[in-house]
Write a protein that binds this ligand. Sequence first.
Ligand code: NAG
Ligand code: NAG
Ligand code: NAG
Ligand code: NAG
Ligand code: NAG
Ligand code: NAG
Length: 856
Amino acid sequence: MKRAVVKLLLGLLLAFATGQQTTDDWDIYRFHINSNITSRYATTIITSRVANRMNESKEIEFHVQIPKNAFISKFKMMMDGQVYDGVVKTKEQAQEQYTEAVSRGQSAGIVSSVGRTMEEFKTSVTVAAHKKVTFELTYEELLKRTHGKYELQIHARPMKPVKDFKVNVQINEKAGISFIDVKGGLSTKALANAITKTHADKQAWVYFYPTVDQQKTCDSCGEEGMNGDLVIVYDVNRDNGLGDIKTSDGYFVHHFAPSSLPRIPKNVVFVIDRSGSMHGRKIKQTRTALIHILNDLAEDDFFGLISFNREIFHWKRKPVKATGLNRERAKQFVLNIREGGSTNINAAVLEGARMLNTHPREGSASILILLTDGDPTTGVTNLEVIQSNVKQAIAGKFPLYCLGFGFDVNFEFLEKMSLQNNGVARRIYQDSDADLQLKGFYDEVATPLLTDVTMIYVGGTNLTQTNFSQYYNGSEIVVAGEIIDNNVEIFTPQVVAISSKQKVTFSNTNGFMDSSVSEGLLQRVWAHLTVKQLLGKELLLSGPEKEKVNKEALELSLKYSFVTPLTSMVVTKPEGENTEVLHKPKEGEAPRLRSHQRNTLAGKRYFFQNQRGPPSLPQLPPRILGLLPVRIVKSYFETDSTFLTTTPAPVFHRFLMKAENDTYPLCFDVIGAVILKLLHHPSTELYINGVLDSIINGGFKKIVIHVGTDYDIEVDTEGISLRQRQTTIRYTTQDPITTERFTVIRRNKETEFTDADVHLAILVHEKDGNKFLWPVLRRPPSAGNTEGLLALNRVQYEEVHQNVRKTVKLANRETDVQRSSAVDYGISSPINMDCWFTSADFALPRPWNDFLVVQL
Ligand SMILES: *[C@@H]1O[C@H](CO)[C@@H](O)[C@H](O)[C@H]1NC(C)=O
Ligand SMILES: *[C@@H]1O[C@H](CO)[C@@H](O)[C@H](O)[C@H]1NC(C)=O
Ligand SMILES: *[C@@H]1O[C@H](CO)[C@@H](O)[C@H](O)[C@H]1NC(C)=O
Ligand SMILES: *[C@@H]1O[C@H](CO)[C@@H](O)[C@H](O)[C@H]1NC(C)=O
Ligand SMILES: *[C@@H]1O[C@H](CO)[C@@H](O)[C@H](O)[C@H]1NC(C)=O
Ligand SMILES: *[C@@H]1O[C@H](CO)[C@@H](O)[C@H](O)[C@H]1NC(C)=O
């Protein structure tokens, strides 16, 4: 078996290797990144000039990364004296143009991917023999102050060493630049002499001009040249009054970030998910982060800790003072947080809110922080109901921050819930530094300086957000707006807030306002901020209000030519080539290729779409072959490698039997595409069967729910078919199907079936690009006899320890077991679990044959 695989892999490697050698027929002879930051607004232009050295025409690619926070505002290609400009259009118009091209058989989609902070932009064009092309991309972003600094991230990866490679950054800050630093993977010793940093009072410049040799030899660089980030870090000087106000052309931008204020004690409650999906590194990193956070609490802070799965575990029922002793005790609680069980977000957040509501502390800043990695699966699971419960409980009294761990959280749900409660949601990337990300987020809100901040602008209009529940040290409040009739004389900014128990007012004592900003810039800042906030607001609204906000954001995006989630950029290419449509991906958007894109990946049109996508599912564990008819398996492979194509290998499906008292579950394998009895409930005439997949290891290919004598519901990975007597209707949309008896809702990765008190979810998982189903009985029928795999209770066994073998005793039967692992597909983000491997006959309370049916 090994031999065959190795041969195949070698073949692939060779193919790659030979493919690489023929690419030296084009040359980037200029690659420039110019960034101009004025008053925290960064405009970056990437220019790449490429020559086709071949005798024939060639497709040339332009491929760069830009910050997620940025909006692309311009893109053009210049070739043969012609300029091809990108035009920002509504999604519908762009789509129309795209579809039209598709129907002419021209189309293709190239998907772009997104990292933690960057999005990928990719396009290509055919360049005639010995001709050149210039690509020019412009993007704009408002730098956000966190931890006392602004950061501009520049990603440099031209794909080749470039003779004329330059990064130029210019910073103009009227308030004065307090420090500037260059960081990132490219700021290493080997490249130190390529970086020049100049710092004047109000201006700074960073130049990065690596030689061709340096581009090949730096860390993470190679024959393909540079590959890394340059991060420019700086902060500005600030007074302790009203801050920095700029006006120009009837617009103003106000940066408010006083730092020499006394800190306000916190009254903070952490609500920590300890459901089964937090298993492994996630829960460990959460513990680590919490220990650091507890260490950093000040003596006059109060804090509470709640962990939850389907139940709620308090450390103390009310927030306590962060004395040394209390912090030590809380650490013990943290170290003992163990994962397992389902996720009752509703109950947990409401309990956190209750703790803060019933123990408010005057003169302190209350904060509620939720950390979760999954969807609510128990208790109240309707997202809207949870949101409305939470909103009602918090009633604007304190902010709720939601940290979504990994990619299986419904980030939009968390985002909405945070926005509804004056907070923000943040994604924690499942990575080795997740504990630092958690701590980093906490540090952002660790030092409240003001609460109930109201920004007032007499003579101002069309203001961006003016009310902020809290202001933290190291952050910044930014407000932009128009000045009525550009009447700067009347325009009076003022800030009213509460600073440790007393009301404070900041006003412009010296009357200074900087009006020397270049034309049009503040207007763009205003538009940028307004669009960002409208997009957030839109999330919270519905119906006509949502439409109105949507329309406003769309109009501004079009007017200022921003590629936002509401607009697309259409790039019309030279005759004979395709038009391209560029979309901005949504944070955390699943990388679903639309079906028309799936077939057309090889071409030249792209959708600017998020590819990061679902985390790769854990691999199925190695089989314990001793207990299975392995000889068959081996004989398939040991004959010859060409065999692989003709005989399918047998497929295994591993099942988990959860055990009582937190002991390891039992697991067993089922071979082949058998049909299983999942749930039979004769008293309500509900029969659910499923057939296992015959091609991939994992789960079910199809599940059929028979309801009474009237309805059969067939669920597969792509949709639902509902058969009522003689008629069958196919559903692939997300509209609920409701009959007088049951409801079926098909969502993205889950189909929900509700019949009286029965609640069944059918999850769709993906492994190696193949989808399969996994059923979960969220609520069993309350009365009557039930049969089937889903109706089984947890097993309760006894471990009989012996020296050489491990023996497990279950209901007076004993068997040897081996430690193995299995993937729990019963949750939306599958996790790997350790288990005792045994046979189905041993693990199940009845003979295996009792769980087989002959017909779906
Ligand atoms: C940067 O922007 C400022 C203000 O918009 C402008 O005065 C300056 O000329 C620009 N610098 C460069 C190098 O484009
Ligand atoms: C390219 O053109 C030159 C001169 O016309 C010719 O000598 C050479 O063989 C051509 N190369 C290829 C790869 O066609
Ligand atoms: C706020 O941050 C500044 C600068 O980092 C620091 O000097 C100041 O002490 C901080 N204030 C408090 C209350 O921690
Ligand atoms: C700005 O406000 C005025 C009214 O104060 C309104 O007429 C105008 O449409 C607004 N402009 C924008 C771009 O929203
Ligand atoms: C902002 O706060 C002030 C005072 O607290 C209040 O009067 C006003 O209605 C608030 N505005 C918004 C838009 O919430
Ligand atoms: C397991 O839990 C059951 C009750 O659910 C209890 O009777 C039994 O003693 C527990 N066994 C162990 C080993 O804790």
